[in-house]
Design a protein around this ligand. Structure first.
Ligand code: B12
Ligand code: SF4
Ligand code: SF4
Length: 321
């Protein structure tokens, strides 16, 4: 079997030229990615090294109160990340290196529903490869671009002459704005991140909400009963997500995060201006917040009078471990 060792600098330049904003490379034996190894091997069993890279999204879109503008930008950054991955893999192929990229997010393995659907956690890989550290918002924060980034991982069958390591210090400045803006309480200062709270709201038009929609259509005995569960605007919104791409209902923890040199100066110069321009429009945005019946989110969401609490039936029972 051939033993390929390629230049780290050359691979990184290849990624940067293809459009990546930052790149790091780690080897498959790295202890910090032990939880990812089985998934990596499922996707590409010959993996010897993993290239982690990120591309920054346009921040002004991501922070916009017009959330369709933020969502479009995040989808397009995700598509660009996929394009960069394909371009780099094809170029590596020309020098005899083979590899596979892992989907940026969706589609995932729905055969495993309601289990863990994804094979490789890009955040874990990115942290090991020195692209940043997770903040209180559980997003990877890059020292320059902060949270408004998309990540991807390329699995390749060659060794690299120089590997990267985690950054010594994370860019989170512990301002706690992510916890203060989170409409569901998924992010809090003293409790672990609550993925189900986030998923029920932010992913309302993804698989959980979709199943709730089917349930509403089948079990409603009249149009009034259906409209009680899915108002006209909610049905229209579901149509939009299914016809185009999912419209996330939130992402505010990404929008308000001032970590990263690109934006932290703005926050540190005038906290008041930052709150007025970026935090308040989202905090005071009139919108529905979706919560599971009887969950802590139900009470947390009700505290913000700008939000209309919409209770979702907890029919998906999944142990989170
Ligand atoms: C599953 C998932 C989600 C889930 C869970 C998020 C989470 N923190 O794990 C939900 C639906 C909540 C979610 C929401 C969002 N996500 Co998401 N998501 C993923 C996915 C597919 C895997 C995440 C992962 O690896 N989690 C495991 C570990 C690494 O996360 P953790 O925080 O250390 O640990 C928690 C989880 O393990 C959780 N947990 C344990 N068991 C289970 C089981 C299930 C079913 C779930 C959901 C969670 C869960 O509990 C742990 C404790 O908090 C990745 C794509 C990928 N393949 O990597 C994108 C990804 C993490 N998401 C991303 C984004 C942008 C978002 C949103 C902003 C979407 C949006 N546009 O509004 C929100 C932000 C929410 C947040 N603050 O995290 C980006 C993050 C970029 C960055 N800067 O870090 C990623 C990396 C996609 C990408 N390629 O760029 N996401
Ligand atoms: S996306 Fe929204 S609900 Fe989910 S963690 Fe971020 S702020 Fe909270
Ligand atoms: S909003 Fe503040 S506390 Fe939350 S992750 Fe960003 S820098 Fe850290």
């Amino acid at each position: 079997m051939s033993h390929k060792v390629i230049s780290s600098i050359e691979v990184k330049n290849m990624c940067l030229e293809a459009g990546a904003d930052a790149v790091g490379i780690i080897d498959i034996e790295r202890k910090g990615i032990a939880t990812e190894r089985a998934g990596i091997e499922r996707v590409y069993p010959k993996t010897k090294s993993i290239i982690a890279f990120m591309r920054a999204a346009n921040r002004e879109n991501v922070i916009s109160e017009a959330r369709y503008v933020a969502n479009d930008e995040l989808h397009r950054t995700g598509d660009e990340v996929t394009q960069i991955s394909r371009c780099v893999i094809r170029q590596l192929n020309r020098s005899g290196v083979r590899g596979a990229y892992v989907n940026e997010s969706w589609p995932m393995d729905m055969n495993r529903w309601p289990g863990k659907l994804w094979d490789v956690s890009h955040k874990t890989i990115a942290v090991e490869a020195g692209l940043g550290h997770m903040g209180l918002n559980r997003l990877v924060l890059h020292p320059e671009y902060g949270s408004c980034i998309s990540l991807n991982s390329l699995l390749i069958d060659a060794e690299v002459d120089d590997y990267d390591h985690p950054l010594e210090k994370g860019p989170c400045i512990e301002c706690k704005l992510c916890a203060a803006i989170c409409p569901t309480g998924a992010i809090s200062i003293d409790k672990p991140f609550d993925p189900m709270a986030c998923m029920t709201h932010c992913y309302r038009e993804n698989m959980i909400g979709f199943q709730d929609w089917i349930d509403a259509m089948i079990s409603s005995t009249s149009m009034d009963e259906y409209l009680n569960r899915f108002r006209q605007d909610e049905t229209a919104s579901m149509w939009q997500s299914l016809s185009f791409k999912i419209q996330w209902k939130c992402g505010y923890c990404m929008a308000v995060c001032p970590a990263g040199s690109d934006v932290s100066d703005q926050f540190l110069r005038s906290r008041k201006l930052y709150m007025d321009d970026i935090f308040k429009p989202l905090k005071e945005r009139k919108e529905p917040v979706y919560v599971l019946q009887g969950s802590p989110s139900e009470k947390i969401a009700a505290k913000n009078k700008a939000k209309k609490v919409r209770v979702v039936k907890p029919f998906i029972k999944r142990p989170i471990s």
